[in-house]
Every structure is written in structure tokens, then in C-alpha cells.
Design a binder for this molecule. Structure first.
Ligand code: SER
Length: 413
């Protein structure tokens, strides 16, 4: 299946379960002072969960543009260094607003993954909330019961508050969750260490793909949990990770979501992409030039998505707030291509037309504004490349004695 078919199949599956498909909310969150960017599919439905608004329909599904680069959920520094984290990613989600609950949500996740996408059952694991006496929330035996109808007990793992109690931010709707993980290691490795020992242990081949949250509470500003009048379902599946699993890859950058972008960067830089990753958390300057250029290509392929879609959704790069976050992401991409791909001219903006075409069906807002978006990015790149070059010239002129820069130089105004 191509990535496009995988996305379409998700939406069609939930249409067959009487869900209405809605468009993604903008990636920039202008209406909620507790959140700068949309960080989960459920954000646009917050008021339905809290009961302050009533939805027209009680079952919804969509694919949501999300950004996790600030606040409670922040993955920025991982991006480029591993094969599963992104700034912007798509979250496939289905929601029940006071309608179906744990039984149906779990049964449908299983049906979609194993019968429609045909992911191997023996490689799937589910985690369930072990409970928190301090919060007065019991273990989720109900979810465990439903999972035990389809999974052997050693594939169902208890998880703590960090992994199995999902919260949108410091305040807001929240509740226990059950995550679905997949073990993508070769059989020889699986025979040595069973997958259940590696779930939620940062193994790059044993990864979470889907989170089913059972929204039952509102976290209040004083830290207490308030029970909600209705019980809701909020699920989020990482589209890029699902595609990786279905396409039999190990890294999202090897799926057709990213390969066209990486090929474009290869051609423009004249450098080959080798698909290498650093094997330790060492600083990028200590890595070989081929790992550096691989990281840089992933950073560029990732960051152009975050920057383009955010601008298309109305947030210009700027000096404060959300605008500054976007400017920092854009500048991070420039630093990487300038330093590790030997590209010295504005370049990111050249990827915008390809990106707009790739997403024309699902997020048409970029195609509709592709020229303005490219122009804004180009302007930012030009200004930052000037700053970067001036800065590097000044650094080159500074005398470093025994690894020390004199205070007069370091603090010069
Ligand atoms: N809100 C949950 C998450 O973001 C599930 O959609 O993981």
C-alpha cells in the first residue's frame, strides 16, 4: 500500500463504522491559550470532551496535522537523529463523544490493524494503565479484559502514569490509555529477547503506533482531577509510523512519505543519502561526514513540512511566541543544509511545490498558497544565511588561545 492508500483506508474503515470525516484543524492553535500548536488530534474537540459544547455527531475520524516542538510534548532534538520522530506528523484519529467506549475502540483497532492492514498479530502488544492510588484512578482492568480476548496475556503490559495516562497539557481532558506497539525486529532477535521486555524501552524497532485514550477526567489548574459527565474515546495513530510498519521499513524516512523529498535534496546537494543513523547520543560534530549529511537530509525533509504547513495555516515566522518557534525550526534546517550539505543558497523554499503536490488531496491549503509560502520561506532563508555568514566570519576572526575565547571577544557589543 502507498502512504496515500494507507491514509484513505483508515478513513474508509471508520466511515464503515458510522464516523463522519472532518478536515484537520489548523496546526496553529489560536483559540486555546493553554496550547501554542495542535499537538494531538483531540485538540479541536476539547470542548466536546469537557461538555461545554455539543457535537453534531458523536463519531468523528480524521487525519490531523500535529506539531510537537514546544510545551509538554517536544520532540525537536530527536528529529533527524532517529527514524521515528518528527516535528510535524499526521495523527489518524477516531473519536467517540459520549458514544462507544473501550469495547468498540479496542475491537476496531484490532480489526483495522490485523484484518485490514494485515499486520502480524504475534508482533503486536498492548499496554494498559496500572492505576494510580495517589490520583484515585484504578487499574484499567476493563481494557485488559477486552485485550485478553485477542492477545495472549504476555502481550498485554501494565504501564504507569507516564505512559498510560494521557494528558493534553497541564490542564484539560485526560484519562487512562491503552497503547498498541509493534515489534519489527527480525525473528532471530525476537527469539533471544521477547518483545514484551522492550515495549516502551526506546528500542527503535519496538515502537508505539496507536494510542487509545479513554477520556474520563478534566485536569484542573490546581492539579486535581474532575470526573467528566460523559465518557469519551480519543485515539491517535502516528500515520508515518503506521506506514513504516505496513511498508516493511524500519524508518519513516524510508517510506514514500519522505523519499521524494530526500531524493530532491540528494539531487540538489550532489550528496548521496545512505540512511545512516548515529549509534550514540554524541554531538553531531563528532560524527562521520556521511552520517552528518544523512541527518541533515532528514532534518530538511522533516522541517520543511512543519514550516510550510504552519505558514499555510496563518502563522508567519517572527520574534516571539509561535512565530519564533517556526523561525527556529526553519533556521535549524538552514544550519543543517549550510553546514552538512554544503548548500550555501536559499534552498528549503524549492521543496514547497513538491510538498504541496504530495498533500494536494488531504491538506489542500498548502497547494492553494504555495507561491506565498515559498516566498516567505525564501525571504527567511536569505536573511538568516546573511546572519550566519557574518557570524561565521566574525568567529573566524576571533583569536582562540588554548581553547579559550577572551572575555572581551565573547561579550563584545
Ligand atoms: N490524544 C492521544 C495522543 O495524542 C490520542 O489521540 O496520543
Amino acid at each position: 500500500m502507498t502512504a496515500q492508500q494507507i491514509r484513505r483506508t483508515f478513513l474508509d474503515f471508520f466511515i464503515s463504522k458510522q464516523h463522519k470525516i472532518v478536515p484537520s484543524a489548523p496546526i496553529v492553535n489560536k483559540d486555546d491559550p493553554t496550547l501554542m500548536f495542535t499537538n494531538a488530534g483531540m485538540n479541536q474537540f476539547k470542548d466536546y470532551f469537557l461538555g461545554t459544547q455539543t457535537p453534531d455527531v458523536r463519531r468523528i475520524a480524521d487525519t490531523q496535522k500535529c506539531l510537537r516542538v514546544s510545551g509538554k510534548h517536544n520532540d525537536l532534538e530527536e528529529v533527524g537523529r532517529d527514524g521515528t520522530h518528527h516535528t510535524m506528523f499526521e495523527m489518524l484519529g477516531n473519536w467517540s463523544f459520549g458514544d462507544y467506549f473501550k469495547k468498540e475502540a479496542i475491537a476496531w483497532s484490532w480489526e483495522l490493524l490485523t484484518e485490514v492492514y494485515k499486520l502480524p498479530k504475534d508482533r503486536l502488544y498492548a499496554t494498559v494503565f496500572e492505576g494510580s492510588p495517589a490520583e484515585g484512578v484504578p487499574a484499567d482492568d476493563e481494557a485488559k479484559g477486552y485485550w485478553s480476548e485477542v492477545l495472549p496475556l504476555n502481550h498485554i503490559i501494565n504501564g504507569n502514569k507516564k505512559d498510560n495516562f494521557w494528558e493534553m497539557g497541564d490542564t484539560g481532558p485526560c484519562g487512562p490509555c491503552t497503547e498498541i506497539h509493534i515489534d519489527l525486529r527480525p525473528d532471530s532477535e525476537r527469539a533471544l529477547i521477547p518483545g514484551e521486555q522492550l515495549v516502551n524501552k526506546d528500542n527503535p524497532r519496538v515502537i508505539e503506533i496507536w494510542n487509545n485514550v479513554f477520556i474520563q477526567f478534566n485536569r484542573k489548574a490546581d492539579g486535581s482531577l474532575e470526573e467528566l459527565p460523559d465518557k469519551h474515546v480519543d485515539t491517535g495513530m502516528g500515520f508515518e509510523r503506521l506506514t513504516l510498519a505496513i511498508q516493511g521499513k524500519f524508518n519513516t524516512y524510508d517510506t514514500d512519505i519522505f523519499t521524494p523529498l530526500i531524493e530532491f535534496v540528494e539531487q540538489a546537494s550532489g550528496i548521496k543519502y545512505n540512511g545512516q543513523y548515529p549509534d550514540s547520543p554524541t554531538s553531531i560534530v563528532n560524527l562521520s561526514s556521511s552520517v552528518k549529511s544523512d541527518i541533515a537530509m532528514r532534518v530538511v525533509a522533516d522541517h520543511i513540512r512543519a514550516v510550510s504547513f504552519t505558514i499555510a495555516d496563518g502563522q508567519l515566522p517572527g520574534n516571539s511566541g509561535a512565530g519564533y518557534v517556526i523561525r527556529r525550526i526553519l533556521r535549524r534546517a538552514v544550519r543543517y543544509y549550510y553546514s552538512f550539505l554544503n548548500i550555501k543558497e536559499p534552498f528549503l523554499h524549492r521543496l514547497v511545490p513538491m510538498l504541496a503536490d504530495m498533500f494536494a488531496d488531504v491538506f489542500p491549503e498548502l497547494k492553494a498558497q504555495q507561491e506565498q509560502v515559498a516566498k516567505i520561506i525564501q525571504g527567511e532563508e536569505k536573511a538568516f544565511l546573511n546572519t550566519l555568514e557574518n557570524g561565521l566570519r566574525r568567529f573566524a576572526a576571533i583569536k582562540v588561545k588554548d581553547g579559550v575565547i577572551a572575555g572581551d571577544d565573547a561579550f563584545e557589543f
